[in-house]
Design a protein around this ligand. Sequence first.
Ligand SMILES: NC(=O)c1ccc[n+]([C@@H]2O[C@H](COP(=O)([O-])OP(=O)(O)OC[C@H]3O[C@@H](n4cnc5c(N)ncnc54)[C@H](OP(=O)(O)O)[C@@H]3O)[C@@H](O)[C@H]2O)c1
Length: 299
Amino acid sequence: MSDATPILHMLSPQKHMSPFDVNMAADAGYKVIVPYINVALEEVTPLVQDAIFSRPPDYGSHTGFFIGGKDAILALDMLEAARKAQVPPFHLSVLADPAGSFTTAAAMVACVERVLKFKFGRGWKGTKVAVFGATGVVGFASSIISALEGAEVQLVAHRGVDRVIKSAAVSKERFGVDLQAVAGETEEQKREILANAEVVFAAAAAGVQVISKEHKEIANNLLVVADVNAVPPAGVEGMDLFMNGEPLPGCNALGVGPLAIGDIKYKTEAGLFKQMIGAKEPLMLDFRHAFELARQLVA
Ligand SMILES: NC(=O)c1ccc[n+]([C@@H]2O[C@H](COP(=O)([O-])OP(=O)(O)OC[C@H]3O[C@@H](n4cnc5c(N)ncnc54)[C@H](OP(=O)(O)O)[C@@H]3O)[C@@H](O)[C@H]2O)c1
């Protein structure tokens, strides 16, 4: 093991780097952490090359980049730019996790997968998933992860279906998945979606309730409901913060609450940072790698 100091350069296209991610990086073992803010996509290549050429090639795995922000597509573009900027044998590792969304989505899908498997003997193949908050970063990543596993995913629009149609097109182009964009603006539309769904991902904004008591009553096919919102009121009425496969009151489905998901999210992000610090070869990590790890963590 090289005695090179683990250094993490943390890039955000926004005006702040997330203190949450800075703390996570320090606790995972990075000794030097430098935040960069208001970073544009075209600045990633020079920043990466400035970092790789300043250290001997065998120090490369101890040099990391983190990509934050609040835009999943931009974060994926920055990750790709960082990958292309490597000049072997000079290299470094990169993790993209905008607004914690990739690790949160990975944790939510892994927690639900565990419940599907152990309580219903099922996997994702053909399972009907409805994603609320589909235009958000957590909704975006969780819809792609579950679709890659074979789920039939509906992206539910709460104001104008055009933006979820766009999101479905981007997901098809980048990840080859077929996501269905559906309007969920009226109560009638929402009821129809919930009557058919087997899994719900409630990933709307903090403090927004998307599934009410009445919705649960008509959701007869529902097996598992996951809610990432920890800010009252719950995203799903009756959801307990720590619920992890217990019955959700008011329906036949089982619930997975935000702090059960948060626990795996936290361990996943920490684990990915540790993988980067210990890597012999450069790692390029997005929500797919996060899901791989989250799956092991819930097992
Ligand atoms: N448990 C954890 O560990 C953890 C970690 C990170 C985040 N979170 C939580 O995950 C959730 C999503 O975070 P995010 O970063 O993806 O948020 P985001 O990017 O701001 O997205 C929020 C989503 O909610 C939708 N929305 C807003 N108001 C709504 C309403 N009244 N009805 C239905 N949908 C509505 C938004 O739609 P528009 O695009 O139309 O506005 C968007 O799709 C938040 O509750 C956040 O607190 C949890």
